[in-house]
Design a protein around this ligand. Sequence first.
Ligand SMILES: [Fe+2]
Ligand SMILES: [Fe+2]
Length: 377
Amino acid sequence: MSTVYSPTENKETEDNCMKTKISSFDDKIVVRTIEVSEGGQLARRSFMKNIVLGGASLLPISVALGDQNDVNSRLGSITNGDAAILRFLAAAEILETDFWQQYTEFANLEGPYKDALENIDEDMPSYVTQNTADEFSHQDFLNAFLVKMRKQPVSLERFRTLPSSPVAPVQTGRLTNLMHLNVDTSWYLRYRSSGNPDFGDSFGQVVSIVDRPAIPVQDQSLYSADQMQAIANTAAFHFAMIEQGGSSLYDALSLKCTSLLSLRIVTSIEGSEVAHFEIWHDQVGNAPPVDSGDGLTFPDLNLNPATATNLVMPKPCKFISADLPLCSIIRPTSIPLAGATAAVHFLTDTGLFHGQSDEFFDLLLSLAKQADEAVRE
Ligand SMILES: [Fe+2]
Ligand SMILES: [Fe+2]
């Protein structure tokens, strides 16, 4: 059983009477979370302290919400627009969590894939595991906060229908697909340029990664060493691609928050996304140049001074107005390029949702539209 936000539900009705909305869950909240431990093992945990009972994760709403008067007095409330922003971000974090979890399972499995990640940096498996744990915390916090504010949380459990890699250590339904990725590597050039997409600037690919797996999809012993390194390198570029996109998304949506409480949440999680991005940006520079032998080549980026791997700090770029001094910033941050709808289209184009249903895309785009339409009051 799961709770699912329905795009057909009336937002006004929801916001005018939270009790009505919540009761649509049969007075229950269902929370499904998986915690990643150091060893990459899976374990259930509560998403709200003192709320979720073991694996059942099913509680009366009255218990989940606790003393509402206490909540209101301590935290205040948030607007419907803020709730839409946080609800979309919760959905995005659930999706992030799903694929990071898939990476963690392989990164902690002894074998050629883990070895290839460690060729990039011996800490890669640990970093992957840590990033995954952070994403769990983001999805759990955002949904729990929405509940605390008497706003509707989001669940994508009904869409957990995609197959695991045939050789994944855990065979279960997934929300995302890491086996047919078109990894956008333009961020690498963007962050080394004084140009900014918000000013119309565009950037090419530093590596052409089209319809490639970022995790093993067959017995790992069947891959050549170069093929496996290419898969690990694909993952490394994907790690940074995702986290730079998340940084831009959070920044863009932060400007639409009305309450300081929501703004604090969005900007604080944004900082975590930026931290992830910069770590992965640095790490991808260690990805060995390699020709997979089956159509994927990772060049020696240091042969071109413009793509030198040590240029990991965001190069100052155009910001606010072209006649102002260049500034080192996250970019893009405009809603058309970095907002929720843009993020959904971008991720869809990368193949991350390969195999998902029309209903999935309808829901995601509906949540995105509501977030993008939020107006700072
Ligand atoms: Fe996140
Ligand atoms: Fe992230």
